[in-house]
Design a protein around this ligand. Structure first.
Ligand SMILES: [Zn+2]
Ligand SMILES: [Zn+2]
Length: 338
């Protein structure tokens, strides 16, 4: 039986194990993807550390997968071998539950999560439900496409659904794996883009990525600074620090939205500010496969790219630690080689 290399986790808090496994066969309604690149996302720590009840091990993580369809299962009519495709966090939907029937495919009752509820892309091959698969943009190399399938879609889709219009003041809180993409998308969407981060060192990069202003939150009150600029229509909170989010709330303008895509255990919000400014606090789910296609097509069209550090699959432990250290600039991508 033909085998593939894969990096798996066998138990919560276990180490990555490089193993040879049989190449899986695609069942009904699924496709097999020959993985060429897979981004490492902070959410992969859910598998590594066992942060979700009911996770089944061994599990191969990875939900920023880019490659090529290599075989299709019975009943699949929409995909064929040879197509360049990717898979993100959203692992498909059923099409007939209440959530799906109302068009909320992202919230499908039986929806799966790539690399969590089924094996993901830290491997030479993976199986994906057909509804989870997105077409890659022809102009984008796989290593550039992979991180856009989670970090990219999350920031792009949140911003395009934020209610902000061209010319509106949009602030991106945090210049990291998500934020460095958020600044680019906001600028390319025609927003007056303000980047907020701690310290001066990220200012030149933020400006280079398209920010028209930069606020150093360690040197000045970011809420006051945003108010001086007129108040933000949207603040996209990409950080994983609840206090930093609370601190910027006061920078929202009238009808402004604090749009949260970073997970924090708890968050304190001033209800008075919400009431008097008719403001809102909202979260955003990354998106489904068609949102991934839109993200990739927009990125190809406008030149938005993530900055990546790439590692071969064999160095998965080092690559994962690099991502977790917070020092990577800015996404870490595994490549499968030939
Ligand atoms: Zn992710
Ligand atoms: Zn459903």
């Amino acid at each position: 039986m033909a085998t593939m290399r894969a990096a798996q986790i066998s138990r919560a808090k276990g180490a990555f194990e490089l193993v040879e496994r049989p190449i899986p066969a695609p069942g009904p309604g699924t496709v097999r993807i020959k993985v060429e690149a897979c981004g490492i996302c902070h959410s992969d720590s859910i598998v590594k550390e066992g942060l979700m009840p009911g996770l089944q091990y061994p599990r191969i993580p990875g939900h920023e997968v880019a490659g090529q369809i290599d075989a299709v299962g019975p009943g699949v009519t929409q995909w064929t071998a040879g197509q360049r495709v990717g898979v993100g966090w959203h692992g498909g939907y059923c099409g007939h539950c209440d959530a799906c029937l109302r068009g909320n495919f992202f919230a499908c009752r039986t929806g799966q999560v790539t690399g969590l509820t089924f094996d993901g892309g830290y491997a030479e091959y993976m199986i994906a439900p057909e509804s989870a698969v997105a077409l890659l943009a022809a102009e984008l190399p796989v290593a550039d496409s992979a991180p856009l399938l989670c970090a990219g879609i999350t920031t792009f889709n949140a911003l395009r659904n934020s209610g902000a219009q061209a010319g509106d003041l949009v602030a991106i809180l945090g210049i990291g794996g998500l934020g460095h993409l958020g600044v680019q998308y906001a600028a390319k969407m025609g927003f007056r883009t303000v980047a907020i981060a701690r310290g001066k060192d990220k200012e030149p990069l933020a400006k280079q990525l398209g920010a028209s202003a930069y606020i150093d939150s360690s040197a000045q009150d970011p809420a006051a600074a945003l108010q001086q600029l007129g108040g933000a229509r949207v603040i996209l909170a990409t950080v994983t620090n609840g206090e930093a989010m609370s601190t910027v709330q006061g920078g929202l303008g009238i009808n402004g939205t604090l749009l949260i895509i970073g997970a924090v255990p708890s968050l304190s919000i001033s209800s008075m500010q919400l009431l008097f400014g008719r403001q809102s606090v909202k979260g955003w789910y990354s998106g489904t496969s068609i949102d991934s296609q839109d993200t990739l097509a927009f990125s190809a069209l406008t030149g938005v790219r993530s900055m990546n550090e790439t590692f071969p699959l064999d160095r998965v432990t080092e690559a994962y630690d690099r991502m977790m250290s917070g020092k990577a600039r800015f996404r870490v991508v595994l490549t499968m080689g030939k």
